[in-house]
Ligand binder design. Structure first.
Ligand SMILES: [Zn+2]
Length: 166
């Protein structure tokens, strides 16, 4: 019995250590430039005059771009900026093929218009991992990743969020 108790305590300790270690990995955030290396920002986050973008009554031209567009050659690797649980979706009239990474209960990071997804639904990913290839699927005028960060369902500026210390 004594042996079993010690084994129990040791494995509980190991679990705490493993949880702490994975949490440290999960909190790492790549800078914007690390998501698609060599990409050009073709559309920033915020109010826009582009009528294709969602309606926002608070913007002067009544439209808002809810993410940042990173343009590069089709097939370029897309790295997740954070760790988390990945899901893969397809929206032919909008985001196209996309990967969404749930960072925690409040925060999701979306990578849209992919050519190919390199992760499976429910897969645990770590910051920097390649999750897919850049493409132009869905509603896109050219190859790019629409990178979007949602906190409690509301889009925030991905550049500011990635630069903030977790
Ligand atoms: Zn976009």
């Amino acid at each position: 019995m004594v042996f079993l108790r010690i084994a129990g305590i040791a494995s509980a300790g190991l679990l705490v250590w493993a949880a702490a270690a994975s949490r440290m990995v999960d909190e790492a955030r790549l800078p914007l430039s690390g998501v698609v290396r060599g990409a050009v920002v073709t559309q920033p986050y915020g109010c826009t005059t582009l009528a294709l973008e969602p309606y926002d009554p608070l913007c002067p031209a009544r439209h808002v771009h809810t993410g940042i567009d990173l343009s590069a050659r089709a097939g370029t690797a897309v790295h997740t900026a954070t760790g988390g649980i990945a899901q893969v979706g397809y929206d032919p009239l909008g985001a196209g093929l996309y990967v969404v990474v749930a960072v925690d209960r409040h925060t999701r990071v979306l990578y849209c218009h992919l050519l190919h997804a390199d992760v499976a639904g429910g897969e645990q990913v770590r910051a920097g991992q390649v999750i897919g290839e850049l493409g132009a699927s869905g509603l896109a005028t050219g190859p790019h990743v629409h990178l979007e960060v949602q906190v409690d369902g509301r889009a925030v500026d991905p550049a500011a969020w990635l630069a903030a210390v977790p």
